[in-house]
Design a protein around this ligand. Structure first.
Ligand SMILES: NC(=O)c1ccc[n+]([C@@H]2O[C@H](COP(=O)([O-])OP(=O)(O)OC[C@H]3O[C@@H](n4cnc5c(N)ncnc54)[C@H](OP(=O)(O)O)[C@@H]3O)[C@@H](O)[C@H]2O)c1
Length: 248
């Protein structure tokens, strides 16, 4: 198969490319650093020549609500239009578990727009909704870290290893399109404050953590909102396995 990975230089994208190559597939990696801009559309038509399936793992650091909805909406419209022209048979989107809960967190609004376009678009599709990755506690605490203090929301999550997400995405891309969604998650529920604390300890990074809902994640994300559905596919790698392997 010839598979295009959008967001190849990202946290998850860097795992996807070798996974496909090891399985003998031909990979077309795209990102702005690879010379293709899915937002402006520059280079997309050429990149899609001969491609069988597209995996979209693109992301943006933008936090403004309108900008993020515009980003995810525009890259998705551009990808789908170019895929239509090139005759691509399968669009696989990496999304997030719990997206149907009506939180107004900007990233979730952008991802909802992306799912809306993919599920009503012209290309057969599969949406793989993953839970938070193992570094999520440390990553979100890092957004506010200053003078050795950081805030983190006490979210309940069931984190998953990026290698496991990569395997689920690779499986989805090589299989028949679901024209539907699947939840994928790690094996155990965790508390995000505890995850951040243990990650920083494993990395030897000294930070005092302050739990709060007054940050990017509010009380509309409390409870079981971010936990996977009953039919979720569970991956084997635990948070403890990830810590023991170096917390990277
Ligand atoms: N973190 C989590 O816990 C989690 C959980 C579930 C799902 N997800 C989803 O996973 C996805 C990937 O996240 P990630 O952490 O791997 O992202 P990331 O590390 O921020 O990587 C983003 C990738 O997108 C590329 N990109 C950005 N703008 C682009 C553009 N205009 N055209 C083409 N490529 C562009 C970047 O490369 P350039 O900058 O070179 O363009 C980079 O390769 C996101 O959609 C996120 O919603 C994340």
């Amino acid at each position: 198969m010839r598979v295009l990975v959008s967001g190849d230089r990202g946290y998850i994208g860097t795992r996807l490319v070798p996974l496909f190559e090891e399985a003998g597939h031909d990979v077309v990696p795209i990102s702005r650093s690879a010379g293709v801009d899915a937002y402006t559309g520059d280079g997309l038509d050429d990149a899609l020549i001969g491609v069988d399936a597209v995996i979209d793992s693109t992301n943006t650091p933008v936090q403004d609500r309108e900008e993020i909805v515009d980003f995810f909406g525009t890259i998705t419209r551009n990808l789908l239009a170019a895929e239509s022209k090139a005759g691509v048979g399968h669009h696989v989107l990496l999304s997030i578990v719990g997206l149907d809960h009506k939180t107004d967190a900007p990233h979730y609004m952008g991802k909802r727009e992306q799912e809306r376009l993919v599920s009503s678009g012209p290309i057969p599709w599969s949406i793989v909704r993953a839970t938070q990755f193992h570094d999520f506690g440390a990553m979100t605490a890092g957004w506010t870290e200053k003078d050795g203090v950081a805030t983190v929301a006490p979210l309940l999550v069931q984190p998953i290893a990026i290698d496991d997400v990569g395997r689920f995405l690779a499986e989805a891309a090589t299989d028949t399109p679901l024209n539907g969604r699947v939840d994928v998650a790690g094996p155990q529920t965790q508390d995000l404050v505890d995850m951040a604390r243990r990650t920083f300890a494993a990395r030897g990074h000294d930070v005092r953590l302050v739990p709060t809902w007054r940050g990017p994640f509010g009380t509309d994300m409390a409870g079981e909102v971010l936990l996977p559905g009953e039919d979720a596919r569970l991956a084997p790698t635990s948070f403890e396995d990830w810590l023991a392997a170096g917390a990277k």
